[in-house]
Design a protein around this ligand. Structure first.
Ligand code: NAD
Ligand code: GLY
Length: 358
């Protein structure tokens, strides 16, 4: 078993990575021991994996409750969040309870937010079941729901006590979802580790076929990169913003098309192409490096062309972004593969990128 530590003083926790962890993880059993435990999942993941998780916890938990939410980005809402609170209150769960998020990033973000605010905060565990959640959203403690005006606009920082990454769950993941997860894998290489980007490119066929060895390597390296950034800047006062490479454009695409039209990872794929193009126009990144990155994104099965909207429409969408300063968007740009920074950019360069000029 691989164990990667997210080092945050008293909020530190391990990410445990192994196949077959779901029903037999001692660390999870120890956390659940004698407590009220709520598994939060969705209608797709629940039937596949909740029984195995439940079986592993039944002997340990004082009581066990499952909350099953509708699946997908369109349901990352107040209504779904309230269903969690309703269930917890109805079962008289107290401040000592434990919430276990079983699912992709949508379930993880919502269950994490519920844990952050239920009775002013309770413990939670992430059990990610999509590639995107395994390599990104389950780590780092960002939790949120969407607002119709903007992505992840209502949320909180709340670190899990444990991340339990069972690679077996990826076997049932549809190919489109797997590609969406590869967007965040590519992002980690692009912002932090050129050798990793090379390895992902080389292993692309194996990754898309969900080869266990290639997948274990990618999940572990992505988690290392994310854990390192989060340890340096838990609440995004500075360097953590680089994890948002491609996301200013990507979040605008998600909101502009309507949540759920493009998957988050798909929007980030096209958004990274735009962010790399912008970096070239600012003279920070050689065009050849951007083209290489575009090719990797395309080979991952992701869109490389963003929707065609007017500059004004893009700007309106991008001004509802947590990195915006007084309504002006800021962008994560590449200063070479493996080096990223956050900045405001001149209007001319942004206009050219959004117009999609080569
Ligand atoms: P998701 O949670 O909607 O899951 C995608 C779909 O796959 C869903 O329909 C789900 O039911 C299904 N599914 C999940 N696991 C499965 C499995 N093993 N087999 C078959 N089907 C399965 O989407 P996602 O891509 O996992 O996450 C996207 C969300 O994550 C976005 O809302 C994004 O904002 C968020 N996110 C958060 C962070 C963070 O740091 N908190 C980072 C990146 C992304
Ligand atoms: N996904 C961006 C972050 O965790 O900071």
């Amino acid at each position: 078993m691989r164990s990667i530590q997210v080092s945050l003083a008293e909020r530190s926790y391990p990410i445990l990575i192994q196949e077959g962890l779901l029903g037999q993880c001692d660390a999870l059993r120890a956390l659940a021991s004698g407590r009220q435990v709520a598994i939060v999942t969705d209608e797709t993941v629940g039937p596949l994996y909740e029984p195995r998780l439940r079986a592993g916890l039944e002997q340990e938990a004082a009581s066990l409750l499952t909350v099953t939410l509708p699946a997908g980005e369109t349901h990352k809402t107040w209504e779904s969040l309230n269903r969690i609170f309703d269930a917890l209150l109805q079962a008289r769960f107290d401040r000592g309870c434990l919430i276990v998020a079983l699912g992709g990033g949508v379930v993880g973000d919502m269950a994490g937010f519920a844990a952050a605010v239920y009775q002013r905060g309770v413990d939670f565990v992430q059990v990610p079941t999509t590639l995107l959640a395994l390599v990104d959203s389950s780590v780092g403690g960002k939790t949120a729901i969407n607002h119709p005006a903007g992505k992840n606009m209502i949320g909180s920082f709340h670190q899990p006590r444990l991340v339990l990454a069972d690679l077996d769950t990826l076997r049932s993941l549809p190919a489109r979802e797997l590609s969406a997860g590869l967007a965040e894998v590519i992002k980690h290489g692009a912002i932090a580790d050129p050798d990793y980007l090379d390895a992902v490119d080389r292993d692309m066929a194996a990754l898309r076929a969900c080869d266990p060895a290639a997948m274990a390597q990618a999940v572990a390296r992505s988690c290392e990169i994310k854990a390192d950034v989060v340890a340096r800047d838990e609440r995004e006062g500075g360097v953590r913003a680089i994890l948002n490479f491609g996301h200013t454009f990507g979040h605008a695409i998600e909101a502009g098309l309507g949540f759920g039209q493009w998957l988050h990872g798909e929007a980030v794929g096209a958004g990274m192409v735009q962010a790399a193009d912008l970096s070239c126009r600012l003279g920070l990144l050689p065009r050849a490096a951007a083209q290489r990155l575009d090719a990797v994104i395309e080979r991952a099965g992701l869109p490389v062309r963003a929707p065609q909207w007017s500059y004004e429409h893009w700007l309106a969408l991008m001004s509802v972004d947590k990195k915006a300063e007084q309504g002006a968007p800021r962008f994560v740009v590449l200063e070479g593969i493996g080096r990223a920074s956050l900045r405001r950019v001149p209007e001319a360069a942004l206009r050219e990128t959004l117009a999609g000029q080569a």
